[in-house]
Design a protein around this ligand. Sequence first.
Ligand code: HEC
Length: 128
Amino acid sequence: MKRLAIVLIGGFFLLNWVMPAAASPTKRCDEVTKTCRIFTHASLWEGYNLFRNDCKKCHYQGSKKAKFLYTESKVRKGWNRVFDERYPACAKDGSWGKLTAEQIARVNDYLFKNAADTYDPYDATDCG
Ligand code: HEC
């Protein structure tokens, strides 16, 4: 039964991401710019720092300004929707204004890469 569940979940990821493994992704294809971005340590590090220094100014744990957000607050599709549609209040009211389009894409890369349900301990890209 457990094995069946694993197979079903694996199939779900295969269908969703058309990738050979369910591991965390190595690239992200952007709906807005219609390009795929291959992650590097440098680009993910930049995204991490931008998220920490900018988004987290409001979205930290215990914040009264906005709800707490971290990479696993959303699955990959959810994060892409945030950036493709720019639906959050803060994207509309100018709170993202200081970031360039390139920097916003880096934040998207970082959150997408580390989104909920992406970590796979059986995949080499995820351990060490
Ligand atoms: C000046 C404060 C501020 C900054 C900076 C900010 N936000 Fe927000 N954000 C808000 C507020 C206020 C809301 C609406 C209330 C809520 O949902 O927390 C919001 C909502 C959101 C939501 C919707 C939350 C949900 O329910 O899913 C997301 C996603 C989000 N922000 C992401 C970001 C990202 C990514 C960044 C950095 C690029 C960022 N925010 C920077 C204040 C901020």
